[in-house]
Design a protein around this ligand. Structure first.
Ligand code: SF4
Ligand code: SF4
Length: 145
């Protein structure tokens, strides 16, 4: 069940990001290209700064794919998360969410799908994955004492 939530939450996020890319492409091609670059960079950098420090990544990654990506990255299990790690993840996530909003809010249907998908993904992660995640270094982990 954890992996079901892990994979489907990524799919819901993917729906939001694709809608973001679509709306940017329709209104500002330069920003759409920047968005693609941000997506590709996030797909590599977030697993590098976050997942390489996660003890679940080789055996029990709920999202499956980030864990697989880190097989090609150096092992950093022994290090704790730093302000830099958190800041980088927040900047990428923030930009990917905020950039399309200027045009999305003009289209109530796409705006609604974007936010409903993102909120469902967030709920799946917070309430069905983090609670039983073994990554005790993460502040969202429900196993931390
Ligand atoms: S469970 Fe660990 S490896 Fe999987 S996405 Fe989360 S931090 Fe990355
Ligand atoms: S506690 Fe949640 S956010 Fe943190 S690594 Fe685990 S699944 Fe990801």
């Amino acid at each position: 069940m954890k992996k079901f939530n892990g994979i489907t939450s990524l799919l819901f996020f993917a729906v939001s990001m694709l809608l973001g890319l679509y709306i940017l492409w329709a209104n500002n091609v330069n920003l759409a290209i920047l968005y693609v670059i941000l997506l590709l960079a996030a797909a590599v950098l977030i697993p590098y700064v976050y997942c390489t420090k996660c003890p679940c990544r080789k055996t029990n990654c709920a999202h499956v794919f980030p864990g697989l990506i880190t097989r090609f990255m150096p092992d950093r299990d022994s290090e704790n998360y730093t302000v830099f790690d958190w800041t980088l993840v927040m900047i990428f996530m923030g930009l990917l969410i905020v950039l399309p909003q200027f045009w999305l809010y003009e289209n109530i249907l796409l705006f609604s799908i974007f936010w409903i998908s993102s909120i469902i993904a967030g709920i799946q992660i917070l309430f069905f994955i983090c609670k039983t995640c073994d990554n005790k270094k993460c502040i969202l982990c429900g196993q931390r004492s």
